[in-house]
Design a protein around this ligand. Sequence first.
Ligand SMILES: Cc1cc2nc3c(=O)[nH]c(=O)nc-3n(C[C@H](O)[C@H](O)[C@H](O)COP(=O)(O)OP(=O)(O)OC[C@H]3O[C@@H](n4cnc5c(N)ncnc54)[C@H](O)[C@@H]3O)c2cc1C
Length: 398
Amino acid sequence: MSQEILVIGGGAAGFFTAINIKEKHPSYKVTILEKTSNTLSKVKVSGGGRCNVTNARTEPGALIKYYPRGSKRLYKPFERFSTANMRQWLEKRGVQTKSEDDQRVFPITNDSQTIINCFENEINRLGILINHQCAVKKIEKKKRWHVYTDHQEFKSDQIVYATGASPSSWKILSELGLEITNIVPSLFTFNIDDPRIKDLPGTVFPNAKVRISGTKMQEEGPVLITHWGLSGPAILKLSALGAHLLAKKKYAFLIQLNLSQQSAESLAKIFDELKASSPKKKLKNHKIDGIPNRYWEHLLNMLNGSEILWGQMNKRLQNQLIEQLTQATFSVTGKSPFKEEFVTAGGVDLKEINFNTMETIRFPGLFLAGEVLDIDALTGGFNFQACWTEGWIISESI
Ligand SMILES: Cc1cc2nc3c(=O)[nH]c(=O)nc-3n(C[C@H](O)[C@H](O)[C@H](O)COP(=O)(O)OP(=O)(O)OC[C@H]3O[C@@H](n4cnc5c(N)ncnc54)[C@H](O)[C@@H]3O)c2cc1C
């Protein structure tokens, strides 16, 4: 009798797992149960519609640094199926990928539909069945696994649970007895209503330092002014690293920014040199390294300094400028989703999982992959890579 494998969830992790199981075990009947009428809907919108499918970093030691939750547990799985393996997997199926300067990897077409087409072709080629509008309501272990939807009951010896960040699915798993950690959003931008950054959306500080006041959390990197506040790699990284802490603060906290790449002392020195070398030049006509002109002019306007000459700058104005450029405090009053990628921090507690197989330790025959687990990453293709690696391991263990 052929084995029947049920894969619950027709998203990134569910599709990749189903395809690899069926390819390794052609005699198995593999069926995907998907709640909605659409599959791979997050892949479609991922990476701003381009699908940042993985990352160009290949070493497990380098990769795990990008996972605020799950990093240690992913080291060995990445040794077995890493980012390079995923690129080969796609290439073998006719999808060429390219890596960009920041190491993010995309299909060469810059279109997420390329990844969807590849997966769907594989599903059809291998004869994997998909049941749409088939929301799983309960799973139960008797002699076999019983999977209940509104209209049907399925039975299987082994099931893969890949329902993503879905509160109702976490409830099903918690009713089964699995431990679920606290669930909060990750990868978000900071809402800030402040005249210093109003009307300047699109302005980028290429290498700012951001610190969350009252904590040890700080990050360096590009910071972008948006219509609602601040975004950019340094902000997104802080939002992921501080996901649980910032949720506890109800997204109301202070940040300190050094926008200038200089300490207050070295900026004071630069200002003193300019006062001596260009006393007749207006402040606004001298660019400050790392500070976009738009911001420099806006700051000078706010401090009534735009018509002042370097030779006329008094100590008070100098101190105000130095403070604003090296330790400006901003009040964050909320968060907004980052449009290119957002994920959930929290999920099935990793102590429930054997990472050699991705099977739950207490419920043999139940395998988990994707965002349903308490694993999440920074932006850069790492969230999908976790899905691919976990799915691959399941296909090897089933
Ligand atoms: C806008 C956006 C952009 C992103 N861009 C990127 C990116 O470029 N690169 C990257 O690495 N990551 C990106 N991510 C994160 C990435 O999409 C997720 O990490 C990934 O999709 C998780 O895959 P998954 O299969 O676990 O969950 P999902 O892709 O969410 O799939 C879960 C599936 O399960 C189904 N389901 C849920 N409950 C049930 C149930 N009870 N019964 C049956 N089916 C059910 C859902 O309908 C869904 O189809 C992005 C996320 C968002 C929101």
